[in-house]
Design a protein around this ligand. Structure first.
Ligand code: SIN
Length: 288
């Protein structure tokens, strides 16, 4: 079979057909997927009923995978720690729970090893709603004025979660260390390590301040850049079908889960995360 590519929207996204990703792919097929990934930033493999083991095996062809830490028992699949559950499925003793992933972001930007790629599979989806939106951050950067590009060239944004998670509480030192590694200063403009293109590195969900500026000084700039990065002409909106697998490049895209569906319905997604190259440094400056 031969790989075929169909673009999904003008700014980004392409559907890949013509190969079975449940099988062990040869090097040529992986290289072709990789080239499409670099060109289109988001790839769709429509309705492939991957087992969890196949999901992990396919993801591994693109690099080392993150493991969900053991203390995050609620989001973890014990047999496949490489899979992160992104789900509103209630756990024992809970009523339906809040959904995560709302707010534009790039995975793991709050760490010094931001994700290279994420591969998200729709295991259970509501009949309508719960789409995922993607924005092309190359275009967001390229459409800024020269003046703005010059102004942000050397600036860093501080990325953190509202409540820093992934804190290893096994010892006080580990807790302090992992807490620090969850608040990271990243360049506002990053150079994609494979394509060499520049992309904006912002996102309302995690970008809380500009390093070296007061919160008040940085706020208008953050507001402008985040709104700019989310302009309609940079967006692809994916309407999920059962067993779709989306693979996106976190180094040049942001994404957002649209939390618009009936809250009594289940949206259960399973994600693997390919570890990226080091970026940024642990931020230890003021936070408020
Ligand atoms: C994520 O933020 O990684 C998940 C996005 C989604 O659930 O649509």
């Amino acid at each position: 079979m031969k790989l075929r590519i169909r673009r999904l929207s003008y700014p980004l996204g392409a559907e890949i057909t013509g190969l079975d990703i449940r099988e062990a792919l040869d090097e040529g097929a992986v290289a072709a997927i990789r080239a499409a990934f670099l060109e289109h930033c988001v790839l769709l493999f429509r309705g492939v009923a991957l087992t969890q083991a196949q999901h992990v095996a396919f993801s591994r062809r693109f690099g080392d995978l993150e493991k969900t830490p053991e203390f995050r028992t609620r989001d973890r699949v014990p047999a496949h720690p490489e899979i992160l559950l992104v789900s509103n499925r209630p756990r024992p003793g809970e009523s339906i729970r809040a959904y995560v992933g709302e707010g534009w972001h790039s995975d793991r930007s709050n760490t010094t090893r931001p994700a290279m790629a994420s591969l998200l599979r729709a295991a259970e989806i509501p009949e309508v709603g719960g789409d995922t939106m993607f924005s092309n951050l190359y275009l967001a950067y390229e459409t800024l004025s020269d003046g703005m590009k010059k102004m942000i060239a050397g600036l860093e944004g501080v990325h953190m979660l509202d409540v820093p998670r992934q804190v290893d509480t096994s010892t006080a030192e580990r807790a302090a260390e992992t807490r620090r590694s969850n608040i990271t200063a990243q360049p506002l403009v990053r150079v994609h390590p494979e394509t060499g293109r520049k992309a904006l590195f912002v996102g309302e969900h995690k970008l809380k301040r500009i390093a070296g500026m007061s919160e008040e000084e940085g706020r208008p700039l953050i507001k402008f850049l985040c709104a700019h990065a989310a302009r309609a002409q940079f967006i692809y909106r994916h309407r999920w079908q059962q067993d779709d697998l989306l693979m996106w490049d976190n180094r040049c895209t942001n994404h957002l889960a649209v939390y618009d569906f009936d809250r009594t319905k289940i949206r259960h997604m399973e994600r693997t995360t390919v570890i990226g190259t080091p970026s940024g440094y642990p931020y230890e400056g003021p936070l408020s």
